[in-house]
Design a protein around this ligand. Structure first.
Ligand code: BJW
Ligand code: ZN
Length: 245
């Protein structure tokens, strides 16, 4: 890969990623004609009440996704962000994705706003990340209290981790370039992050990478339409010194 433009090291870059970022790695998105919600309803699978009513069904869905993620590889969009960080750029990723593809690509400054699918916590005693979920079809149980383990992800109606939120807001307040990539930008509170960042710093540059326009498009300096695995790579590889180019 060509090395990045030295000027990029002068900027604080924050990248908000969504399911479209992992889509080129073969991980399905949620919304849209090929999305997961096409076959499953979010209320059946991604809420605390769905889990308490039918933990086996919810775990079955997560086991299937865990296997897909384990077999997937980071794509060029993950790679370019990791490359920027390894070449000295101050870049923080705020991801809504529960997969570990940013980390596997080599990014270190990654905050998982909607949790991590490879981790669990116990519904009985609250202990976090005692055992990984595995990919078995039996319900995972807590080795400490025999309670039911659940995926350490954030479901609808649940609060995001307060420390991660606090760190994200601090970073948004201290960002020169905000990149929003592969998210439909309809799920709160993350959907409000670009608006929040713009309110805090009206001179922030906001770039969006998506296949289509989203509710944040009117706010951005530029929305670059197309597959992120091509567009974001091209943007950073051909970056010539001006953030808006
Ligand atoms: C490509 C591409 C390619 C494809 N290249 N692009 C304020 C107002 C209204 C509602 C609320 C509100 N505050 C809270 C709510 C309720 C709710 C909410 O936002 N609902 C909306 C749907 C209306 N939010 C919550 O409940 C949140 N909790 C919360 O706010 O707590 C406080 C509170 C509680 C109760 C009441 C009030 C306040 C929690 C949200 C948790 C979301 N969880 C999920 C599941 C995570 C676990 C799991 O993975 O199993 O997170 S839902 C799902 O959506 C997942 C995603 O992270 C999230 C966002 O989806 P994302 O990433 O944007 O994916 P898609 O599929 O939507 O879009 C993909 C995009 O990629 C598309 O645009 C494509 O075009 C693009 N794309 N291929 C470029 N190759
Ligand atoms: Zn327990």
């Amino acid at each position: 890969m060509p090395s990045i433009h030295p000027n990029l090291n002068d900027f604080k870059i924050t990248v908000i990623t969504g399911a479209g970022f992992s889509q080129p790695s073969g991980i399905p998105t949620f919304r849209g004609s090929d999305g997961l919600w096409r076959n499953y309803s979010p209320q059946e699978l991604a809420t605390p009440s769905a889990f308490s009513q039918n933990p086996s069904l919810v775990w079955e869905w997560y086991f299937w996704r865990i296997k897909l993620i384990q077999e997937a590889q980071p794509n060029p969009a993950h790679d370019i962000l990791a490359q920027l960080e390894s070449q000295g750029c101050d870049i923080v990723i705020l991801t809504q994705n529960v997969d570990d593809l940013h980390e596997r690509a080599g990014s270190r400054q990654v905050l998982h706003l909607h949790g991590e699918i490879m981790k669990t916590w116990c519904v009985g005693c609250g202990t976090k990340n005692i055992t990984p979920p595995g990919t078995s079809t039996s319900l995972p149980k807590c080795p400490l209290c025999d309670g039911l383990l659940r995926p350490a992800v954030v479901w609808f109606g649940e609060s995001l981790d307060s420390t991660i939120l606090k760190t994200s807001f601090k970073r948004l307040a201290n960002t020169d370039l905000l990149v929003v990539a592969g998210t439909s930008a309809v799920v709160y509170p993350v959907a409000d992050f670009p608006f929040h960042a713009k309110r805090l710093n009206p001179s922030i540059i906001i770039l969006e990478f998506n296949m289509e326009k989203t509710p944040i498009s009117p706010l951005t300096n530029k929305t670059i339409l197309g597959p992120v695995e091509e567009t974001i790579v091209s943007y950073f590889q051909h970056y010539g010194g001006s953030l808006e180019t």
